[in-house]
Write a protein that binds this ligand. Sequence first.
Ligand code: SF4
Ligand code: SF4
Ligand code: SF4
Length: 458
Amino acid sequence: MSDLLDTNETPAKELGPRPGLAPGQTVWELLAAVSPRIKDNPNTYEAQQLNRVSLDQCVKCTICETMCPVAKVTPLFSGPKFVGPQAERFRNGESVDHTLDYCSSCGICTLNCPQDVKIAEINSMARAVMKKDHMPLRDRLITQTELEGRLLTPFAPVANWALKQKPIRVAVEKVVGVHRDAPMPVAQSQSIKGWLKHRKGPAPRRPGQPDRGPVVFFTGCAGTYFEVETSKKTIEVLEHLGFEVLVPKQGCCGLAEQSNGLFDSARKRVVKLCEQLNAAGKELTVISSSGSCAGMIKHEAHEIMGVDDPAVRSVGTRMRETSEFLLDLFDEGELPTDFKSLEMKIPYHAPCQVKSQGMGMPAIRLMELVPGIRVIESEENCCGIAGTYGLKKEKYDVAQAVGRNLFEKVKEHNEGLAVCDTETCRWQIRNSTGVSTVHPVHVIHAAYGLSDVFSPEV
Ligand code: SF4
Ligand code: SF4
Ligand code: SF4
């Protein structure tokens, strides 16, 4: 009994002021005075600090451990409970556990934690601190998606040829650290900007379709330079349905930088992008065919990087993923469903970036409105790529192991096509199964008779 701490020994009122807190000073002011992370940042860190304190809600149930796709396949990672809430208690600056770098930031732990501990967000914040002064050159390079698009587009055939040559990939692996077998985007000779500039005019509207006013389309870097076909089809479906599609000048959302810990640059990018999208109309719906970039704007920029910016808030509340937007129209009785029949079975993978937005899986209900379509949901949590994670030499095998069950299901159930809402996941599934993998809008575009469902994809 005498070894136990007597919690009544010192009454709270006798503890006196908090050490270091000057009379009248708030905790925030003290934190800003002692922490450059708070003081030198233009954004508030309140969201980040709130995520951090959620660690106290952990009841050590280990549900996150059983759900984490990375911990399931490798002993190199200590697991979400350990590197998340447990390790965070001991962090004051750099992480005490460097296996943290094996967390892919997929967010599955946060989605499944019954106590609402922000495990993935805590990990992302801690990784940014851990890598701050020794960020690998590779991680800086692979996050420059917009620059890569700009550089590769004028040389698309040569770039695509080069990226298929084994000796070149081996050299890239050795010098840069991108695995020789990792999925690569396919460069296109014309960006979406080039297509918009040179096309003859909007796609034909449905006969008798009244004008439905303007919407803004956020293309994302992949949709601008690599998955141009997805962007074209999104624009054409919306125009077919009577919308005027505004595509303002726009840059990158900074997601790849955020997930690699380059917060300062990512913050600037997401704010600038949202100002650009806002410039097209401050009250218009913003449509995105990139599930992961939409997640960045809707919640990750705020929750992980503490961005508290009016433009980001405004765009985030108006942003809809394409399938979500079309299904909302259907639920309001506003979506014409005179689709042509497409007799096929389609394996579909819902990326966690979309699941984390709390919209369910609109792509499934949407595609099943098309007569003849039978959607086979993958029921798998992750494809393994996690943005740029599965590209990295040291993470490639882990990413492949994470995605293995999904790849098997896609191979078993496909009839020439698979569907997924985010681009890097599509590249991963395509690369690991050989099955053409597209955004759900391809199916809807075909069902409206605007193309063949097997029309060219990147
Ligand atoms: S699921 Fe949540 S409560 Fe359970 S161990 Fe993980 S962090 Fe703690
Ligand atoms: S974010 Fe994903 S990889 Fe990281 S700990 Fe959570 S479940 Fe595991
Ligand atoms: S790569 Fe795709 S499926 Fe995997 S974690 Fe990211 S969004 Fe989810």
